[in-house]
Design a binder for this molecule. Sequence first.
Ligand SMILES: Nc1ncnc2c1ncn2[C@@H]1O[C@H](COP(=O)(O)OP(=O)(O)OP(=O)(O)O)[C@@H](O)[C@H]1O
Length: 200
Amino acid sequence: MAPTQPPQDRRPLVISGPSGVGKGTLYNLLFTRNPNQFTLSVSHTTRKPRDGEQHGQHYFFVTMSEFEDLISRDGFVEHAQFGSNRYGTSKATIAEQEAKGLVTVLDIEMEGVKQIKASGVPARFVFIKPPSWEALEQRLRGRGTEDEEAVQKRLKQARIELEYADSPESPHDKMIVNDDLEKAYQELYDYVYGQGAGAQ
Ligand SMILES: Nc1ncnc2c1ncn2[C@@H]1O[C@H](COP(=O)(O)OP(=O)(O)OP(=O)(O)O)[C@@H](O)[C@H]1O
């Protein structure tokens, strides 16, 4: 039987790793097999909503001045700029989910991980690794969501992320190689619920 209670350790779970390694696949398994215990963090962004995107579900869509106001009030655990748009995870968002008894999962890239670590906000850091470089390339291409230029960009960034994860500055509490999906899930589950929990 899957546990009906969230893990005892309710600190936010920061999941990072190169694009295409299977982060989303793994935490979505965690969510569906253990319902009502986890929640994926909803970010703030200054970019415009795309068709079908809902405020509060996909993102909190805010203006640049609202975003900057929140930065000045130290309201983010991490924030970044991509192109002309800003993205961030607010402290209030995490606190609201914690108050509901849920564990917040943050799917964050390397710079965000560094900021969260530096902020001192309590969190658990998990890094997902590919079994090999070739496997990562295959997964990124196989997913079919990016054109070749975007694949190359993601692979370049992947090298940087993997080097950082293996460096002494790496803040990760747990590294999981996502080779066999069920094995990787079991490792994630055991870490999240405590040693030897035994995935259902
Ligand atoms: N263990 C696995 N073995 C083989 N394929 C896998 C495995 N885990 C995930 N995949 C596949 O790899 C692809 C990338 O997975 P996913 O989209 O979850 O990656 P991601 O790390 O969340 O990427 P991004 O950071 O770009 O959102 C998907 O097509 C997924 O089905």
